[in-house]
Design a protein around this ligand. Sequence first.
Ligand code: SAH
Ligand code: AVI
Length: 330
Amino acid sequence: MSGALEPRVRVLLDPDWASGSLVDDVRRGLGGRPRRLPPKWLYDDVGAGLFDEITRLPEYYPTEAERAILTAHAAEVAEACDAATLVELGSGTSDKTRTLLDAFRSPGRSHGPLRRFVPVDVSDATLRGAATMLAERYPGMAVEAVVGDFTLHLGHLPRGDRRLVAFLGSTIGNFYLEERRAFLGALADSLDTGEWLLLGTDLVKDVDRMVAAYDDDAGLTERFIRNCLTVVNRELGADFDQGAFSYAPLWDARMERIDMRLRAEEPSVVRVPGADLVVELATGEELCIEISTKFRLEGIATELADAGFEVAETWTDPAGDFALTLARRT
Ligand code: SAH
Ligand code: AVI
């Protein structure tokens, strides 16, 4: 007998989410200007697998930088923070999170062991795999996974039990500025005074290193970004031709973000029957598939304060590539 509790999985996404909600995003995003898609559509099973491979690329430094911070400081986080429930937004494989869970489950922790872990992700299969693995690894801790969208479902997360919300990996950098403000505000609204946020953010650094992280030699990031066209083709019967687009990642120095685009190399007429849409693209026209904003420590503290959080502590890795910020809802 392992003593492991079966993970509970709550599904908040509608059964037709992959097609239904995508229709709205495609009409609004690809039908408008600039032509955009929300990054959640990058993470079907293929995309989730590609992201996992990206985290092991030599050029993609954020994952190991954040892991180094967690390894060095997870015990301090667990001591500083009296949470009994850990919620993880955009949890993916929850690989790095194990370091945090180990610290929160340590018998020496003065607040007592963490009782519950709530990973939240749109990627159903990845989430279920992680939840099963974690339930086995931490017998006695309840794992209550939520297949949900963190832009829609923050109000449906379990309440009480002094929560810490972890948002790791710099996934917050994938929001546009106005979306980030709205997200942080909604997150603050969903927390009670005194509850906690642990936020991972990639920091501004040498431009060549940042660009290389999104333009890797193995071409995995390009495949990851292109995968969203495959998703729209499959779910909405669109006829995007991958060969008509080139991958164009660039550093936007004004907004301090990497901008991952697909550029039409020839005039294209793309039909998206499932969204009742025809997209006409001229040569050189771009689809903005994902941004990855890079941060500065002062900016993080200001944005958190504006949203209703007070920074308790910020840690960086020795190279100063990445930051982890523990903040409290005021
Ligand atoms: N936290 C992990 C994974 C980051 S990748 C890490 O640090 O490595 C981003 C994750 O967020 C993916 O697992 C993706 O499926 C998930 N995701 C993206 N948009 C989402 C949304 N709107 N709601 C919930 N999960 C989302
Ligand atoms: C999940 N997110 C923080 C990744 C990033 O670095 O912005 C997604 C990614 N896109 C391309 N490579 C990685």
